[in-house]
Design a protein. Structure first.
Lengths: 668, 340
């Protein structure tokens, strides 16, 4: 081994055996999946943002007759006419694809009663215009009397450039949304993080009773679509609400409603992160502080808060990101308060202005990407806090403090349950507020917009497919990346792709999918408007968290397993199936339930992608609320909740029984 | 394990084949914005005449269906559009997306309901008409007097008491705006909306929501359409449906064949059916104004004088100026809609 006299041999390289090649193959396949499901659609969306429409007056020519209707043969272009008449400024020439430009305005002395006749043509056959509602191809001269000529309008041309962005930033109502989005996100973040911090503090630092129950209730908002708190708030604080008096004349439709609803649906996310941060703090620090006779107050500020600071920062950015990219809640309760995510929807669905929708998406990407980057940076530091010598903090009973914690958590739990309870109540009431007798008529979904009971069945199908295929793709991808030697460039690229979905708002992803998959030249076009595209988008949308869960579980497994297996000449898939999968089963089950629950509740990505055959329950909630059928919307929202509760319960049950069989080794 | 991507693929294929392979001889993909509850009834009536043609509905709101059709311009998925706002169809016509066809018996229809081109590219089915939904219970609580005209709605007593649909997302909202501009003229029309804006509590995304909110007492006055009001009233809401004296805007639901359909014959048969007397009788269940003359019977709770109050709507004006009107509307009301 230590011989130094040997002549230098060939430079050593890792010899790639069949296994290594297969693993690289898998990485390539799943990376390809991410490229197709994420990178290419985003590229398509970006290029759409730069594809503009504008009127080109130089491509049209006109002739004007005298009063007797004879033409003298003078030809003028539209550009020349505009130069003299000066009716259209350069910014008027930037258009959306549905804009039409009437040409009669170019003639200062135009009157539709005059006997003057007009000739018009586009210079080439492609330069079409409309006469009334008929499309007229360019090339040949067309003659119109003045009354018909008033109905002639030019069509815009496609080109590329920054025109859409210029138009965006010069439209005050659109730019205003940036400020609005930032305001509500910041407000919600501050309040949610504060509330969640004290909740987690009570859970981790007190000896109050019913901790498990509180934790369970605090997680409930994850199981409903973000629209549901909006509906509940309307019933509580709307003009016919129970508690309208508490609003003191303010309206719930607007920033107040958005912030209140956002706190509800982001609370569990913040609570989980902060709770983890508090749970890992080191008891030795507290011992030291107590022996230095520091007061409880002082310990809180010098030990607890600094220890949890990365958790707090991370929670803040996660909440910020969730709120700014959320679409359902502001749609339901935002009233006239425009935010970016709703603007995308309005541009695309209301005005058919896909280009502007893409521009708003790009604008929304900026804060989302920033929040994501900061969060990643902070998360990396958080890990460094844990050391092997840390001692887990054990709270000691303290009657007064425990009761205070209990009261606080009870209050929060009450609010959460009240929001859910009011939805269930509203769903069962016959005709709010005039007839409060109970009936099941709001469950007759088939008579309403949104897809009926079929939508509910579709949602379950989507959730199951997403859970099964998503877990397979995610776990295999994570395994190959974690347990492959060498190939650093490929693995880094893969990690990057796997982290990206978290930074991409769902609305943006959905819109990007329209641009990419609805292009007839795309060989994958056939999945458009099928269940497959919904599954694909949902897996991609929730890829990152699943991937991180898998990676964390795999990191806990020693790499020696791979070395041993290969020295025993065992193919990697045998190791994968017999060791890795069983050991990581808890994580695999967690990934699948995470995907299931999110597929049931997601609205943002799929709102652009569903078709009549694949309508979803979460979208039905949105559409029924949109049509004013608020009680049925609440009813469907609660159906989603119960389904998720059932799925969670099944998950807990399966986990327990499976874990008993596969994880017994951990206890030995 | 190599099978995973394949499985996905076959799953997607299975989904598509499940839709394509069925018993009927011909299938048509029909895009529509008709109220969801009417779809099954319409298809059933059609199948009584043409049992061998299966209708596959793709239903969504006017805005969504229009966006979908425009997005699929170069690769149309629909065979027929049955029940979409005429203003939307005109937009598609100017993009060359519709197949001109004179359905059998088109000469029987009211001229208002047929495209002026020859052969026509679209034919109308029925009209949906703007109206004000007025909640008598809530109005009494607030001490309001019922409005009788559009101009009344600008009175200070209604401040914060009116909801109307946002024309940027709702077809009903757009027909209101375009009718005011046509009735009052551009200048006065915008001045009217400036005054009305002072009283508006909220602009909703959908056209039926204002009436449903009025029905639920969320607001005393909802600008919506008559059909919705009649339905909510039938459900027991304390509503009065007011037809403003100046006249009311309307749009029609219309039918057209999408250029590039794979089954032109079946598409023609469907369009032929949509303009028959029988079809108009079928529309009459929900719509008081239908294309076939002499068919319309009064609909329960529908305001009786509605038909005569319908303005002489210039659809072409509405379609060609739509983008410009919406831009102006957005600039005026969307930006200052929230008090600082």
């Amino acid at each position: 081994m230590a011989a130094t006299a040997l002549p230098p041999g060939r430079t050593t390289r890792i010899r790639l055996d069949g296994d290594a090649w297969a693993k690289r193959g898998f990485i390539a396949i799943i990376a390809l999946y991410l490229v197709v499901a994420l990178a290419l659609p985003l590229y398509a969306m970006l290029s759409k943002a730069f594809s503009t429409f504008q009127f080109d007056l130089g491509r049209y020519e006109f002739q004007v007759s005298d009063a007797a209707g004879t033409f003298d043969g003078t030809i003028v272009t539209g550009a020349e006419l505009n130069a003299t008449a000066g009716v259209y400024a350069p910014e008027d020439l930037i258009a959306g694809s549905a804009d039409r430009m009437p040409v009669a305005k170019l003639f200062a002395d135009f009157s539709f009663r005059s006997p003057v006749r007009y000739r018009v043509r586009g210079v080439t056959a492609g330069d079409a215009f409309v006469a009334g509602s008929d499309r007229v191809a360019g090339g040949a001269w067309q003659e119109y009397d003045s009354n018909t000529f008033r109905r002639v309008a030019l069509l815009p041309f496609a080109s590329t450039g920054l025109g859409n962005f210029t138009r965006y930033f010069s439209t005050p109502s659109l730019v205003r949304s940036i400020e609005n989005s930032l305001v509500i996100s910041t407000l919600s973040t501050i309040v949610t993080v504060l509330l969640a911090f004290f909740f987690s503090y009570a859970l981790n630092r007190s000896c109050m009773r019913f901790k498990g129950v509180f934790r369970l209730i605090a997680m409930a908002p994850i199981l409903v679509p973000s629209l549901l708190p909006g509906i509940a708030l309307v019933y509580l604080f709307g003009n016919q609400g129970f508690l309208k008096a508490l609003m003191m004349g303010e309206t719930i439709y607007g920033p107040i409603g958005i912030v209140a609803g956002s706190i509800f649906f982001t609370f569990p996310h913040a609570m989980l992160i902060i709770s983890t941060a508090l749970a890992i703090s080191d008891a030795r620090l507290y011992e030291a502080a107590t022996s230095l006779r520091a007061s409880r107050w002082k310990i809180f500020w010098t030990v607890t808060v600094p220890g949890a600071r990365y958790g707090l920062i991370s929670a803040a950015f996660v909440v910020f990101n969730l709120v700014i990219t959320d679409f359902g809640l502001p749609k339901v309760i935002g009233g006239q308060y425009n935010v970016l995510a709703v603007d995308i929807y309005k541009q695309v669905i209301g005005q058919q202005n896909f280009e502007m929708g893409a521009v708003v998406s790009v604008v929304l990407l900026v804060p989302a990407l920033l929040a994501f980057a900061v969060d990643r940076l902070v998360q990396r530091r958080q890990v460094a806090l844990l050391s092997a010598r840390s001692v887990v903090y054990q709270p000691k009973p303290d009657r007064g403090f425990d009761w205070l914690c209990f009261a606080y958590c009870g209050l929060i739990a009450f609010f959460i349950l009240a929001i859910l309870g009011i939805c269930q109540f509203a769903a069962l009431v016959k005709f709010w507020p005039y007839d409060l007798s109970l009936s099941l008529k709001n469950y007759a979904f088939d008579l309403m917009d949104g897809g009926g009971w079929q939508a509910y069945r579709n949602s379950i199908q989507l959730a199951l497919l997403t859970a099964v295929f998503g877990t397979i793709v995610v776990f295999v991808g994570a395994y190959m990346v974690e347990k492959t030697d060498g190939f650093l460039a490929g693995r880094t690229l893969f990690q990057f792709l796997a982290m990206m979905p978290m930074a991409i708002p769902g609305m943006v992803l959905g819109l990007a999918y329209i641009f990419f998959f609805n292009n007839p030249a795309n060989p994958l076009h056939f999945i458009y408007a099928t269940m497959a595209i919904l599954v694909l988008s949902t897996i991609t949308h929730f890829y990152t968290v699943s991937h991180l869960t898998a990676v964390t579980a795999l990191k806990q497994m020693d790499n020696e397993f791979e070395s041993v297996a290969s020295s025993l000449k065992q193919p990697f898939f045998k190791l994968f199936a017999r060791v890795s999968v069983p050991v990581c089963l808890p994580a695999i089950l967690d990934i699948s339930i995470y995907l299931f629950v999110n597929a049931m509740t997601t609205v943002s990505a799929v709102v652009f992608l569903y078709s009549t055959d694949t309508a979803l329950a979460s979208i039905a909630v949105l559409n029924m609320d949109d049509a004013g059928d608020i009680a049925p919307a609440a009813a469907m929202g609660m159906m989603i909740f119960y389904t998720n509760v059932a799925a969670r319960t099944a998950h807990a049950f399966i986990s327990n029984s499976v874990l008993k069989r596969t994880q017994a080794w951990r206890l030995r | 394990m190599f099978l995973k991507p394949l499985k996905k693929l076959s799953l997607a294929l299975a989904c598509t084949t499940a839709v394509v392979g069925a018993v009927n001889a011909a299938e048509l993909t029909v895009y529509t914005a008709i109220e969801a509850e009417d779809l099954a009834r319409y298809a059933e009536e059609f199948n009584k005449v043409n049992p061998d043609i299966k209708v596959n509905w793709v239903r969504d709101s006017t805005g969504v269906i229009t966006a979908k059709l425009l997005a699929e311009k170069d690769n149309p998925q629909a065979d027929v559009i049955w029940g979409l706002a005429a203003t939307s169809l005109l937009l598609m016509k100017s993009e060359g997306m519709l197949e001109p066809y004179a359905p059998a018996g088109v000469e029987q229809l009211d001229k208002k309901f047929v495209d002026s081109s020859n052969p026509p590219t679209w034919t109308g089915m029925d009209a949906w008409v703007a109206s004000i939904c007025y909640n008598t219970v809530e109005a009494e609580k607030a001490g309001l007097t019922p409005p009788t005209s559009w101009k009344d709605l600008t009175k200070p007593e209604y401040k914060g008491m009116v909801i109307m649909p946002n024309p940027n997302s709702s077809g009903t909202g757009f027909l209101d705006v375009s009718s005011w501009l046509q009735m009052f003229g551009e200048e006065e029309g915008w001045a009217y909306m400036d005054a009305l804006h002072e009283n508006i509590a909220q602009y909703t995304h959908s056209g039926s929501k204002p009436c449903k909110q009025a029905a639920a007492g969320e607001i005393p006055i909802g600008i919506s359409f008559a059909f919705r009001g009649a339905k909510s009233k039938a459900d027991g809401a304390p509503l009065e449906i007011i037809v403003p004296s100046e006249g009311v805007g309307w749009d029609m639901e219309a039918t057209a064949i999408v250029a590039g359909t794979d089954d032109l014959d079946a598409a023609k048969k469907l369009v032929d059916f949509t303009i028959t007397k029988q079809a108009s009788e079928m529309y009459n269940v929900g719509y008081a104004v239908v294309a076939y003359p002499g068919v319309a019977k009064p609909v329960q709770f529908f305001p009786p004088n509605l038909t005569e109050k319908m303005i002489d709507n210039d659809f072409e004006y509405a379609a060609n100026n739509r983008a410009a009107i919406l831009k102006e509307w957005q600039a005026r009301y969307d930006s200052k809609s929230e008090a600082k």
